[in-house]
Design a protein around this ligand. Structure first.
Ligand SMILES: C[C@H](N[C@H](C(=O)O)[C@@H]1CCCN1C(=O)[C@@H](N)CC(=O)O)C(=O)N1CCC[C@H]1C(=O)O
Ligand SMILES: [Zn+2]
Length: 623
C-alpha cells in the first residue's frame, strides 16, 4: 500500500505547487466535463454502448486523477499556505481513483454501472404480463393504494427485481471500495466517507443528534400507528408493536407525506396538499421548475441559465428510451453547463424534489469560479440542505396560496397543526431512515456486518430506529437495501440526515435576516434579498473552508444542533403527546409480532374466530 502522506524530501517550492494547481484546474475541467457528459448520455439513454462509453470516460477521469495525485504527492508541503495545502490534499485524497491495480478499478467501475443499470431498468411484471416501472408506476401504487395486499405486491416485487439480484455484486463492491479507502489512508470506505466532514467524531455527533430527535419521531410513529390501525385493523397492526414497512405511502417508508389524509388533525380545514391544484391548473413539469426558479431569483440568487432549460431532462421520455429516473442535479465543471434530470410527476412530492435539485444547481453556480477541488459543499450535508431550506418557505400555506397553488387557507391554530403535520410526515418520518442508511453501510465496510448478515442487520436497524418490520419474513436470499437507489448507486446517505437537521438552523437564520419575527413554521423568506445574500455568501465558499466556518457565516453557531428543528415543530409535539395520551398510545414498539401474511389475505386470528363462533351460536338460538 503506497502511503499518501506527502514526501518530506519533495519539492518544497510553493510557487511550483501553485503552478501545478493552475495546470490541474484547467485540465480537470476538460477531463471532468468529458466524464460528466458521457455519464449524462448514459443516464438519459441507457444502452449497452452508452454504458460502455460512460465506463470508459469514468476510467479516463480516474486515470487523470491518479496521475495528478502522484504529482501532488511530490511536493513537500512544509511551510506552504493553508490554502495550497488544502488544495493539494484534495487532489491526493481523491477516492477510488487512487486504487493501485488497474484491474480493480476497471472491475469496480463496471460493477457500479451494472448495479445502476439493474436498478434503473427494473420493471417487475404481473402474471397478466403488465410490467411496472418504479417511476411513476410503483411510486403511484405505493402512494395512492390503501389495499394491504396490493401494497405488498408492489413492495415485494420491486425487491425481488432489483434487491436480491444485486447481493453478489454488492459484496464484491464492498471489497473493492475498501481497497480504494486504504489507498486514501483510511481503514475502510465508511471511514473514507466520514473523512469528508473533517471531524474525528461524526458518528458520535450524529448519534447525539438522533438521541435528541428520537422522542419526536417516536411520538409521530405512535400517532400514525393508530391511524394505520384504524385502516388495516388488528390483523396487521399491533398498537404496541412495530409497523409493517409497506403501508407508509413510500417504497422505503422514508417519507409518510402520502398518509396526510389519514393523519390530518382537522380534516374540515382547507387542504394543504397542492397535488390536486397542480393537476386542476394544468401544471407541466416545466411550469413547476419555472415556479421554483422564480423563488430562487426572488432572493437575488442566480437564475437557471439557458443551457439548463435547453439541456435538462425534466420529464420521463416517452420515446421508449430507458433512463435513470431517480432525480439528480448535474455540474458539468465548465462553469456554464448545469442540468437536472427528473422524471417529474405532477405531485407535491415532486414539486419539493424540484426545489431540492435546484438547490444543488444554485450551489454549483455560486461556486463555479472556485478551483475545481473546492467545487463541493462545505460538507455534503450543506449541499443537500440548500434547496430544502427554500422549500421550508415555499411550503407554507400562505406562500402556496399567494402563488395560486392553494385555493384557500385559514390562519388559525388548527390550520397550523394541519400544516405542521404535513411537514412532520415528510421531515420527521425521514430522520431514522436518513440516520440508519449509513449506520448500516459503515458496519458493512468495517466488517461488523459480514455478508452472511446483510439482511439480518438491515432489518435490525429498521426495527431499532424506524420501528418497522417487513410484511413477511426476509432471508439472506433477499437484499432489500439494494432496493434503495443510493445503495447500488454508491451514494452516501448521512448527508441527508445532517441536512434535515441543519436546514432548520439555516431557515431560522435566513428568517431573522429577512426580518421575520413570528413562529419559525410560518416564516417565508420570499423576495428577501437580505436572506438571499446571507445564503449566497456561504454558497460561494464551496468547500474552501471547513464547514464550521460556513455554518458560522450563516447562523453564528459553529455546531450542528437540533434546537431549530424542535422549536419549528413544538406546537405539533404538544399535539402528538396529547393525542397519544388520549388514545392510550405509548411511543415505542416494545412488543415484537408477526403481521398476518399478506399472501393469504386476512388469516383469521383466534380472537376473531371466537367472536364469529359466539355470534353464530347467538344467532342460531334466536332464529
Ligand atoms: C432525489 C434526490 N436525488 C439525489 C440528490 O439530489 O441528492 C441525487 C441522486 C444521488 C445524488 N444526487 C444528486 O443529484 C447529486 N448530484 C447532488 C450533488 O451532490 O451535487 C435524493 O436522492 N434524495 C432527496 C431527499 C432524500 C434523497 C432520497 O430520495 O432518498
Ligand atoms: Zn440532493
Amino acid at each position: 500500500m503506497t502511503m499518501s502522506t506527502p514526501s518530506v524530501m519533495g519539492n518544497n517550492n510553493e510557487t511550483a505547487a501553485i503552478m501545478f494547481l493552475d495546470e490541474y484546474n484547467e485540465q480537470a475541467m476538460v477531463e471532468y466535463y468529458k466524464d460528466v457528459a458521457a455519464s449524462w448520455t448514459y443516464n438519459t439513454n441507457i444502452t449497452d454502448y452508452n454504458q460502455e462509453q460512460s465506463v470508459a470516460a469514468s476510467l479516463a477521469a480516474s486515470n487523470f486523477e491518479n496521475g495528478m495525485r502522484t504529482r501532488a504527492l511530490e511536493f513537500n508541503q512544509t511551510g506552504f499556505s493553508e490554502n495550497t495545502k488544502r488544495l493539494l490534499n484534495k487532489i491526493i485524497y481523491i477516492g477510488d481513483a487512487a486504487i493501485e491495480r488497474q484491474e480493480d478499478l476497471v472491475e469496480l467501475t463496471n460493477l457500479l454501472a451494472q448495479m445502476e443499470t439493474r436498478y434503473s431498468t427494473g420493471k417487475p411484471c404481473k402474471e397478466d404480463g403488465t410490467c411496472y416501472s418504479l417511476e411513476p408506476d410503483l411510486t403511484r401504487i405505493m402512494s395512492e393504494s390503501r389495499d394491504y395486499q396490493e401494497l405488498y405486491w408492489a413492495w415485494d416485487a420491486w425487491r425481488d427485481e432489483v434487491g436480491a439480484p444485486a447481493r453478489q455484486d454488492y459484496a464484491r463492491y464492498v471489497e473493492l471500495k475498501n481497497i480504494g479507502a486504504q489507498a486514501n489512508d483510511q481503514p475502510d470506505n465508511g471511514a473514507y466517507w466520514r473523512s469528508w466532514y473533517e471531524v474525528d467524531n461524526l458518528e458520535e455527533m450524529t448519534e447525539e443528534l438522533y438521541t435528541q430527535l428520537s422522542p419526536l419521531y417516536n411520538n409521530l410513529h405512535a400517532y400514525v400507528r393508530r391511524k394505520l390501525y384504524e385502516v388495516y385493523g388488528g390483523d396487521y397492526i399491533n398498537l404496541r408493536g412495530p409497523i409493517p414497512a409497506h403501508i407508509f405511502g413510500n417504497m422505503w417508508a422514508q417519507s409518510w407525506l402520502q398518509l396526510l389524509d389519514l393523519c390530518i388533525p382537522y380534516p374540515n380545514k382547507p387542504s394543504v396538499d397542492i397535488t390536486p391544484v397542480l393537476i386542476e391548473k394544468g401544471y407541466t413539469p416545466l411550469r413547476m421548475f419555472e415556479v421554483s426558479d422564480e423563488f430562487f431569483t426572488s432572493l437575488g440568487l442566480i437564475a437557471m441559465p439557458e443551457e439548463f432549460w435547453n439541456e435538462s431532462m425534466l420529464e420521463k421520455p416517452n420515446d421508449g428510451r430507458e433512463v435513470v429516473c431517480h432525480a439528480s442535479a448535474w455540474d458539468f465543471y465548465n462553469q456554464k453547463d448545469f442540468r437536472i434530470k427528473q422524471c417529474t410527476d405532477i405531485t407535491q412530492t415532486d414539486f419539493i424534489t424540484i426545489h431540492h435539485e435546484m438547490g444543488h444547481v444554485e450551489y454549483y453556480m455560486q461556486y463555479k469560479d472556485l478551483p475545481v477541488p473546492y467545487r463541493r459543499g462545505a460538507n455534503p450535508g450543506f449541499h443537500e440542505a440548500v434547496g430544502d431550506v427554500l422549500s421550508l418557505s415555499v411550503s407554507t400555506p400562505k406562500h402556496l396560496h399567494s402563488i395560486g397553488l392553494l385555493n384557500e387557507v385559514s390562519n388559525d391554530e388548527e390550520a397550523d397543526l394541519n400544516f405542521l403535520m404535513s411537514m412532520a410526515l415528510d421531515k420527521i418520518s425521514f430522520l431514522p431512515f436518513g440516520y440508519l442508511m449509513d449506520q448500516y453501510r459503515w458496519r458493512i465496510f468495517d466488517g461488523t456486518t459480514p455478508e452472511s448478515k446483510y439482511t439480518e442487520d438491515w432489518w435490525k436497524l429498521r426495527l431499532q430506529y424506524q420501528g418497522i418490520i417487513p410484511p413477511v419474513t426476509r432471508t439472506e436470499e433477499d437484499f432489500d437495501p439494494a432496493a434503495k437507489f443510493h445503495i447500488p448507486a454508491d451514494v452516501p446517505y448521512i448527508r441527508y440526515f445532517i441536512s434535515f437537521v441543519i436546514q432548520f438552523q439555516f431557515h431560522d437564520a435566513l428568517c431573522k435576516a429577512a426580518g421575520q419575527t413570528g413562529p419559525l413554521h410560518k416564516c417565508d423568506i420570499y423576495r428577501s434579498t437580505e436572506a438571499g445574500t446571507l445564503l449566497s455568501n456561504m454558497l460561494k465558499k464551496g468547500s474552501s473552508e471547513t464547514w464550521p466556518n460556513a455554518m458560522e457565516a450563516i447562523t453564528g453557531s459553529r455546531t450542528m444542533n437540533a434546537t431549530a428543528l424542535i422549536s419549528y415543530f413544538q406546537p405539533l409535539i404538544t399535539y402528538l403527546e396529547a393525542e397519544n395520551e388520549r388514545n392510550g398510545d405509548v411511543p415505542g414498539w416494545p412488543e415484537s409480532y408477526t403481521p398476518a401474511d399478506p399472501n393469504f389475505g386476512v388469516t383469521v386470528q383466534p380472537s376473531t374466530a371466537a367472536i364469529f363462533l359466539c355470534l353464530f351460536f347467538i344467532l342460531a338460538r334466536i332464529f
